[in-house]
Design a protein around this ligand. Structure first.
Ligand code: ATP
Ligand code: MG
Length: 392
Protein backbone atom coordinates (compact mmCIF):
# COMPACT_ATOMS: atom_id res chain seq x y z
CA UNK A 1 0.00 0.00 0.00
CA UNK A 2 1.24 3.46 -0.87
CA UNK A 3 1.38 6.07 1.87
CA UNK A 4 1.73 9.77 1.08
CA UNK A 5 1.66 13.08 2.93
CA UNK A 6 -1.17 15.55 2.41
CA UNK A 7 0.34 18.87 3.46
CA UNK A 8 -2.29 21.55 4.05
CA UNK A 9 -1.54 25.26 3.84
CA UNK A 10 -1.88 27.63 6.74
CA UNK A 11 -2.00 31.39 6.26
CA UNK A 12 -1.11 31.08 2.57
CA UNK A 13 -4.77 30.35 1.88
CA UNK A 14 -5.50 34.02 2.69
CA UNK A 15 -2.93 35.43 0.29
CA UNK A 16 -5.29 36.04 -2.63
CA UNK A 17 -3.44 37.07 -5.76
CA UNK A 18 -0.04 36.41 -4.15
CA UNK A 19 -0.88 32.84 -3.20
CA UNK A 20 1.13 31.40 -6.07
CA UNK A 21 4.33 33.06 -4.84
CA UNK A 22 3.98 31.56 -1.37
CA UNK A 23 3.11 28.14 -2.78
CA UNK A 24 6.25 28.22 -4.92
CA UNK A 25 8.40 29.01 -1.90
CA UNK A 26 6.79 26.23 0.07
CA UNK A 27 7.20 23.63 -2.69
CA UNK A 28 10.82 24.66 -3.16
CA UNK A 29 11.47 24.25 0.55
CA UNK A 30 9.81 20.83 0.67
CA UNK A 31 11.77 19.68 -2.40
CA UNK A 32 14.99 20.83 -0.81
CA UNK A 33 14.19 18.90 2.35
CA UNK A 34 13.04 15.81 0.47
CA UNK A 35 16.53 15.38 -1.04
CA UNK A 36 17.71 14.09 2.33
CA UNK A 37 15.02 11.46 2.57
CA UNK A 38 15.04 9.86 -0.86
CA UNK A 39 13.06 10.03 -4.05
CA UNK A 40 9.82 12.02 -3.64
CA UNK A 41 7.44 13.78 -5.96
CA UNK A 42 6.09 17.06 -4.67
CA UNK A 43 3.06 18.46 -6.42
CA UNK A 44 0.46 21.08 -5.79
CA UNK A 45 -3.24 20.39 -5.36
CA UNK A 46 -6.20 22.45 -4.17
CA UNK A 47 -5.01 24.19 -0.97
CA UNK A 48 -2.48 21.47 -0.31
CA UNK A 49 0.75 19.87 -1.46
CA UNK A 50 1.13 16.16 -2.11
CA UNK A 51 4.40 14.57 -1.00
CA UNK A 52 4.61 11.17 -2.63
CA UNK A 53 7.42 8.60 -2.29
CA UNK A 54 8.55 7.34 -5.69
CA UNK A 55 10.22 4.11 -4.58
CA UNK A 56 10.53 1.80 -1.59
CA UNK A 57 13.70 3.48 -0.37
CA UNK A 58 12.09 6.87 0.15
CA UNK A 59 11.93 7.43 3.92
CA UNK A 60 8.38 8.64 4.54
CA UNK A 61 8.86 8.81 8.34
CA UNK A 62 11.90 11.07 7.98
CA UNK A 63 10.10 13.23 5.43
CA UNK A 64 7.08 13.50 7.71
CA UNK A 65 9.28 14.71 10.62
CA UNK A 66 10.88 17.27 8.34
CA UNK A 67 7.55 18.47 6.90
CA UNK A 68 6.27 18.94 10.46
CA UNK A 69 9.04 21.54 10.87
CA UNK A 70 8.38 23.31 7.60
CA UNK A 71 6.80 26.74 8.03
CA UNK A 72 3.75 27.51 5.90
CA UNK A 73 1.96 24.22 6.62
CA UNK A 74 -0.97 24.17 9.02
CA UNK A 75 -1.63 20.43 9.10
CA UNK A 76 -0.28 17.21 7.67
CA UNK A 77 -2.16 13.98 7.09
CA UNK A 78 -0.44 10.67 6.50
CA UNK A 79 -2.74 8.97 4.07
CA UNK A 80 -3.07 5.80 2.03
CA UNK A 81 -3.72 6.27 -1.67
CA UNK A 82 -6.65 4.60 -3.42
CA UNK A 83 -8.25 4.61 -6.83
CA UNK A 84 -11.36 6.76 -7.13
CA UNK A 85 -13.43 3.64 -6.92
CA UNK A 86 -15.62 2.55 -4.01
CA UNK A 87 -14.30 -1.01 -3.91
CA UNK A 88 -10.71 0.12 -3.87
CA UNK A 89 -11.44 2.70 -1.15
CA UNK A 90 -13.05 -0.07 0.93
CA UNK A 91 -10.08 -2.38 0.39
CA UNK A 92 -7.55 0.28 1.41
CA UNK A 93 -9.64 1.27 4.44
CA UNK A 94 -9.72 -2.34 5.64
CA UNK A 95 -5.96 -2.72 5.26
CA UNK A 96 -4.76 0.67 6.44
CA UNK A 97 -7.13 1.99 9.10
CA UNK A 98 -7.36 -0.78 11.78
CA UNK A 99 -3.79 -0.09 13.01
CA UNK A 100 -4.94 3.36 14.15
CA UNK A 101 -7.99 2.02 15.97
CA UNK A 102 -6.43 -0.65 18.19
CA UNK A 103 -7.12 0.13 21.83
CA UNK A 104 -9.57 2.92 20.96
CA UNK A 105 -13.25 2.82 21.90
CA UNK A 106 -14.98 5.02 19.35
CA UNK A 107 -14.55 6.39 15.83
CA UNK A 108 -16.37 8.18 13.09
CA UNK A 109 -15.78 8.56 9.37
CA UNK A 110 -15.71 11.98 7.74
CA UNK A 111 -16.04 12.07 4.00
CA UNK A 112 -14.91 14.97 1.85
CA UNK A 113 -15.55 15.13 -1.85
CA UNK A 114 -13.64 17.85 -3.73
CA UNK A 115 -14.40 16.00 -6.96
CA UNK A 116 -18.16 16.38 -7.29
CA UNK A 117 -18.33 13.90 -10.18
CA UNK A 118 -17.67 11.06 -7.75
CA UNK A 119 -20.94 9.06 -7.62
CA UNK A 120 -21.34 8.95 -3.81
CA UNK A 121 -21.70 12.04 -1.67
CA UNK A 122 -19.73 12.55 1.56
CA UNK A 123 -22.55 11.20 3.70
CA UNK A 124 -22.97 7.98 1.74
CA UNK A 125 -19.24 7.44 1.61
CA UNK A 126 -18.90 7.85 5.39
CA UNK A 127 -21.69 5.35 5.99
CA UNK A 128 -20.25 2.68 3.73
CA UNK A 129 -16.75 2.97 5.16
CA UNK A 130 -18.04 3.10 8.74
CA UNK A 131 -19.76 -0.24 8.10
CA UNK A 132 -16.60 -1.64 6.56
CA UNK A 133 -14.54 -0.69 9.62
CA UNK A 134 -17.08 -2.07 12.11
CA UNK A 135 -17.03 -5.41 10.32
CA UNK A 136 -13.25 -5.48 10.14
CA UNK A 137 -12.85 -4.66 13.86
CA UNK A 138 -15.31 -7.40 14.99
CA UNK A 139 -17.12 -5.28 17.55
CA UNK A 140 -13.98 -3.98 19.27
CA UNK A 141 -14.98 -0.40 18.48
CA UNK A 142 -18.19 1.55 18.02
CA UNK A 143 -19.29 4.69 16.21
CA UNK A 144 -19.61 8.00 18.04
CA UNK A 145 -20.25 10.94 15.77
CA UNK A 146 -20.04 13.56 18.54
CA UNK A 147 -16.79 12.85 20.39
CA UNK A 148 -14.94 10.02 18.69
CA UNK A 149 -11.47 8.88 19.81
CA UNK A 150 -10.43 8.68 16.16
CA UNK A 151 -11.77 10.44 13.10
CA UNK A 152 -11.14 8.51 9.91
CA UNK A 153 -11.09 10.77 6.90
CA UNK A 154 -11.71 9.91 3.32
CA UNK A 155 -11.01 12.57 0.72
CA UNK A 156 -11.93 12.33 -2.93
CA UNK A 157 -9.52 14.67 -4.69
CA UNK A 158 -8.27 15.47 -8.19
CA UNK A 159 -6.28 12.33 -9.07
CA UNK A 160 -7.02 9.85 -6.32
CA UNK A 161 -8.90 9.17 -3.15
CA UNK A 162 -7.13 9.12 0.22
CA UNK A 163 -7.97 7.61 3.59
CA UNK A 164 -6.30 8.61 6.81
CA UNK A 165 -6.87 8.64 10.55
CA UNK A 166 -6.73 12.37 11.16
CA UNK A 167 -4.08 14.97 10.64
CA UNK A 168 -1.29 16.45 12.73
CA UNK A 169 -1.00 20.11 13.56
CA UNK A 170 2.10 21.38 11.72
CA UNK A 171 4.47 24.33 12.25
CA UNK A 172 2.27 27.15 10.91
CA UNK A 173 3.75 30.47 9.79
CA UNK A 174 4.90 31.46 6.31
CA UNK A 175 7.33 29.58 4.05
CA UNK A 176 10.97 30.37 4.79
CA UNK A 177 12.24 32.87 2.22
CA UNK A 178 8.84 34.35 1.40
CA UNK A 179 9.56 37.46 3.53
CA UNK A 180 13.19 37.84 2.39
CA UNK A 181 16.43 37.37 4.33
CA UNK A 182 17.36 38.37 7.88
CA UNK A 183 20.70 38.42 9.71
CA UNK A 184 20.45 36.90 13.18
CA UNK A 185 22.87 37.97 15.89
CA UNK A 186 23.44 34.54 17.34
CA UNK A 187 25.03 34.21 20.77
CA UNK A 188 25.29 31.00 22.75
CA UNK A 189 22.39 32.06 24.99
CA UNK A 190 18.78 30.98 25.23
CA UNK A 191 17.14 33.94 23.53
CA UNK A 192 18.79 34.43 20.16
CA UNK A 193 18.13 30.90 18.75
CA UNK A 194 14.48 31.39 19.72
CA UNK A 195 14.48 34.79 17.98
CA UNK A 196 15.83 33.17 14.79
CA UNK A 197 13.18 30.47 14.94
CA UNK A 198 10.41 33.05 15.42
CA UNK A 199 11.43 35.22 12.47
CA UNK A 200 11.91 32.19 10.21
CA UNK A 201 8.33 31.33 11.12
CA UNK A 202 7.30 34.67 9.64
CA UNK A 203 9.02 33.75 6.39
CA UNK A 204 12.58 35.07 6.78
CA UNK A 205 15.48 33.01 5.51
CA UNK A 206 18.04 33.22 8.30
CA UNK A 207 21.77 33.87 8.16
CA UNK A 208 23.73 34.51 11.33
CA UNK A 209 26.61 36.52 12.72
CA UNK A 210 28.40 35.24 15.78
CA UNK A 211 30.94 37.40 17.59
CA UNK A 212 33.78 35.71 19.39
CA UNK A 213 36.66 37.06 21.36
CA UNK A 214 39.42 34.52 21.18
CA UNK A 215 41.34 33.76 23.47
CA UNK A 216 38.86 35.23 26.00
CA UNK A 217 36.20 33.00 24.48
CA UNK A 218 36.98 29.40 23.56
CA UNK A 219 36.58 27.10 20.60
CA UNK A 220 34.05 25.19 22.71
CA UNK A 221 31.89 28.32 22.86
CA UNK A 222 31.96 28.61 19.08
CA UNK A 223 31.23 24.92 18.65
CA UNK A 224 28.21 25.35 20.89
CA UNK A 225 26.89 28.17 18.68
CA UNK A 226 27.27 26.03 15.57
CA UNK A 227 25.34 23.22 17.26
CA UNK A 228 22.61 25.73 18.13
CA UNK A 229 22.48 26.87 14.51
CA UNK A 230 22.24 23.26 13.31
CA UNK A 231 19.39 22.63 15.71
CA UNK A 232 17.44 25.70 14.60
CA UNK A 233 18.20 24.72 10.99
CA UNK A 234 15.67 21.87 11.30
CA UNK A 235 13.10 24.68 10.97
CA UNK A 236 14.94 27.40 9.06
CA UNK A 237 16.96 25.31 6.63
CA UNK A 238 20.77 25.46 6.62
CA UNK A 239 22.21 28.58 8.23
CA UNK A 240 25.43 30.29 7.16
CA UNK A 241 27.11 31.48 10.34
CA UNK A 242 29.58 34.34 9.89
CA UNK A 243 32.04 34.35 12.77
CA UNK A 244 33.71 37.69 13.52
CA UNK A 245 36.40 38.44 16.10
CA UNK A 246 35.85 41.32 18.51
CA UNK A 247 39.08 40.70 20.42
CA UNK A 248 40.87 43.83 19.30
CA UNK A 249 37.82 46.05 19.73
CA UNK A 250 37.33 44.80 23.28
CA UNK A 251 40.97 45.34 24.16
CA UNK A 252 40.82 48.86 22.79
CA UNK A 253 37.62 49.62 24.72
CA UNK A 254 39.22 48.44 27.95
CA UNK A 255 42.30 50.55 27.31
CA UNK A 256 40.64 53.80 26.31
CA UNK A 257 36.99 54.03 27.36
CA UNK A 258 35.09 54.44 30.59
CA UNK A 259 34.23 51.04 32.06
CA UNK A 260 30.52 51.75 32.63
CA UNK A 261 30.09 52.03 28.86
CA UNK A 262 31.95 48.88 27.73
CA UNK A 263 28.88 46.77 27.02
CA UNK A 264 26.96 49.53 25.29
CA UNK A 265 29.90 50.45 23.10
CA UNK A 266 30.56 46.83 22.26
CA UNK A 267 26.93 46.32 21.33
CA UNK A 268 27.08 49.34 19.02
CA UNK A 269 30.01 47.72 17.23
CA UNK A 270 28.04 44.49 16.97
CA UNK A 271 25.03 46.23 15.44
CA UNK A 272 27.13 48.13 12.97
CA UNK A 273 29.25 45.18 11.89
CA UNK A 274 26.17 42.96 11.57
CA UNK A 275 24.42 45.63 9.44
CA UNK A 276 27.34 45.69 7.03
CA UNK A 277 27.58 41.92 6.77
CA UNK A 278 23.81 41.82 6.23
CA UNK A 279 24.20 44.26 3.34
CA UNK A 280 26.77 41.98 1.69
CA UNK A 281 24.41 39.03 1.95
CA UNK A 282 21.11 40.51 0.84
CA UNK A 283 19.64 40.55 4.36
CA UNK A 284 17.27 43.46 4.90
CA UNK A 285 17.10 43.36 8.70
CA UNK A 286 18.91 42.29 11.85
CA UNK A 287 17.35 39.95 14.41
CA UNK A 288 18.30 39.84 18.08
CA UNK A 289 17.08 37.95 21.14
CA UNK A 290 16.62 41.08 23.25
CA UNK A 291 13.76 41.23 25.74
CA UNK A 292 12.78 44.54 27.31
CA UNK A 293 14.33 45.08 30.73
CA UNK A 294 16.00 41.64 30.88
CA UNK A 295 19.51 43.01 31.48
CA UNK A 296 21.14 46.45 31.67
CA UNK A 297 21.75 46.57 27.91
CA UNK A 298 18.07 45.88 27.23
CA UNK A 299 16.43 48.87 28.89
CA UNK A 300 14.59 51.17 26.50
CA UNK A 301 17.40 53.75 26.73
CA UNK A 302 20.11 51.15 26.07
CA UNK A 303 18.19 49.73 23.12
CA UNK A 304 17.88 53.25 21.73
CA UNK A 305 21.64 53.74 21.97
CA UNK A 306 22.52 50.42 20.31
CA UNK A 307 19.80 50.68 17.67
CA UNK A 308 21.36 53.95 16.58
CA UNK A 309 24.48 52.09 15.37
CA UNK A 310 22.50 49.71 13.14
CA UNK A 311 21.85 50.87 9.59
CA UNK A 312 18.92 48.54 8.84
CA UNK A 313 15.79 47.67 10.87
CA UNK A 314 16.36 45.53 13.96
CA UNK A 315 13.68 42.91 14.67
CA UNK A 316 13.39 41.74 18.26
CA UNK A 317 10.71 39.05 18.39
CA UNK A 318 11.37 38.28 22.09
CA UNK A 319 11.00 41.90 23.17
CA UNK A 320 7.65 41.42 24.94
CA UNK A 321 8.24 37.92 26.24
CA UNK A 322 9.09 36.73 29.74
CA UNK A 323 12.10 34.47 30.16
CA UNK A 324 9.72 31.60 30.97
CA UNK A 325 7.97 32.02 27.66
CA UNK A 326 11.25 32.13 25.76
CA UNK A 327 12.45 29.01 27.59
CA UNK A 328 9.27 27.19 26.65
CA UNK A 329 9.98 27.75 22.96
CA UNK A 330 13.68 26.90 23.44
CA UNK A 331 12.63 23.54 24.89
CA UNK A 332 10.20 22.91 22.08
CA UNK A 333 12.83 23.50 19.41
CA UNK A 334 15.49 21.55 21.35
CA UNK A 335 17.95 24.43 21.78
CA UNK A 336 17.52 24.85 25.53
CA UNK A 337 19.87 22.07 26.69
CA UNK A 338 22.62 23.35 24.40
CA UNK A 339 22.09 26.97 25.41
CA UNK A 340 22.60 26.25 29.11
CA UNK A 341 26.01 24.65 28.58
CA UNK A 342 28.34 26.93 30.50
CA UNK A 343 30.66 28.65 28.03
CA UNK A 344 31.62 32.29 28.10
CA UNK A 345 30.25 34.79 25.58
CA UNK A 346 32.13 37.84 24.38
CA UNK A 347 29.50 39.96 26.16
CA UNK A 348 30.48 38.37 29.47
CA UNK A 349 34.20 39.13 29.24
CA UNK A 350 35.17 42.59 30.47
CA UNK A 351 31.67 43.29 31.81
CA UNK A 352 31.41 46.56 33.70
CA UNK A 353 30.59 46.39 37.42
CA UNK A 354 28.05 49.20 37.07
CA UNK A 355 26.70 49.19 33.52
CA UNK A 356 24.64 52.24 32.55
CA UNK A 357 20.96 51.43 32.49
CA UNK A 358 19.81 54.87 31.35
CA UNK A 359 22.54 55.89 28.94
CA UNK A 360 22.42 59.17 27.04
CA UNK A 361 23.38 58.86 23.40
CA UNK A 362 25.57 61.99 23.30
CA UNK A 363 27.67 60.74 26.19
CA UNK A 364 28.05 57.30 24.61
CA UNK A 365 29.08 58.85 21.30
CA UNK A 366 31.70 60.95 23.12
CA UNK A 367 33.17 57.77 24.57
CA UNK A 368 33.00 56.08 21.20
CA UNK A 369 34.95 58.92 19.57
CA UNK A 370 37.99 58.04 21.66
CA UNK A 371 38.54 55.20 19.20
CA UNK A 372 38.64 54.98 15.41
CA UNK A 373 35.25 53.31 15.05
CA UNK A 374 35.41 52.91 11.28
CA UNK A 375 38.89 51.36 11.23
CA UNK A 376 38.04 48.93 14.03
CA UNK A 377 34.84 47.87 12.28
CA UNK A 378 36.68 47.19 9.05
CA UNK A 379 39.43 45.32 10.82
CA UNK A 380 36.85 43.13 12.58
CA UNK A 381 35.01 42.39 9.35
CA UNK A 382 38.31 41.27 7.83
CA UNK A 383 38.47 38.48 10.44
CA UNK A 384 35.17 37.04 9.25
CA UNK A 385 34.96 33.38 8.31
CA UNK A 386 31.83 31.46 7.47
CA UNK A 387 30.56 28.07 8.58
CA UNK A 388 27.55 26.41 7.01
CA UNK A 389 25.42 24.93 9.78
CA UNK A 390 23.42 22.09 8.27
CA UNK A 391 20.38 20.58 9.91
CA UNK A 392 21.15 17.21 11.52
P1 ATP B 1 20.96 35.40 24.54
O1 ATP B 1 20.30 34.47 25.47
O2 ATP B 1 20.40 35.36 23.17
O3 ATP B 1 22.46 35.28 24.59
P2 ATP B 1 21.08 37.48 26.48
O4 ATP B 1 19.91 37.58 27.33
O5 ATP B 1 22.28 36.78 26.99
O6 ATP B 1 20.63 36.85 25.09
P3 ATP B 1 22.73 39.72 25.66
O7 ATP B 1 23.96 38.96 25.95
O8 ATP B 1 22.58 41.11 26.15
O9 ATP B 1 21.41 38.97 26.11
O10 ATP B 1 22.52 39.76 24.12
C1 ATP B 1 21.40 40.31 23.54
C2 ATP B 1 21.37 39.91 22.09
O11 ATP B 1 22.56 40.35 21.43
C3 ATP B 1 21.38 38.39 21.90
O12 ATP B 1 20.09 37.85 21.97
C4 ATP B 1 21.98 38.25 20.53
O13 ATP B 1 21.02 38.51 19.53
C5 ATP B 1 23.01 39.37 20.52
N1 ATP B 1 24.33 38.86 20.95
C6 ATP B 1 24.85 38.83 22.19
N2 ATP B 1 26.07 38.26 22.19
C7 ATP B 1 26.34 37.91 20.92
C8 ATP B 1 27.43 37.27 20.25
N3 ATP B 1 28.51 36.85 20.90
N4 ATP B 1 27.34 37.08 18.92
C9 ATP B 1 26.25 37.48 18.25
N5 ATP B 1 25.20 38.08 18.80
C10 ATP B 1 25.23 38.29 20.12
MG1 MG C 1 23.98 36.31 25.53
Amino acid sequence: MKEILLCKYGEIVLKGANKRYFEDQLCRELRQRAKKHGNFEITRGQSLIYVKPLDDFADIDGMFESAMKTFGLAAIGRAAVCEKDVDDIKRVTREYIPQFLEGKKTFKVEGKRSDKTFPLNSMQLSEILGGEILEQMHGRIRVDVRKPDVTVKVEIREQNAYVHAGQFRAAGGLPVGSSGHGMLLLSGGIDSPVAGYMMAKRGLRIEAVHFESFPYTSEMARDKVIRLARTVAAYTGDIYVHVVSLTHIQEELVKHCEEDYFTLLLRRYMMNIASRIAGDHDSKCLITGESLGQVASQTLEAIGVTDNAATIPVLRPCIGMDKEEIVEIARKIDTFDISIEPYEDCCTVFTPKHPRTKPVLEKVLREEQKLDFEALVEEAIATKYTIRAQAY
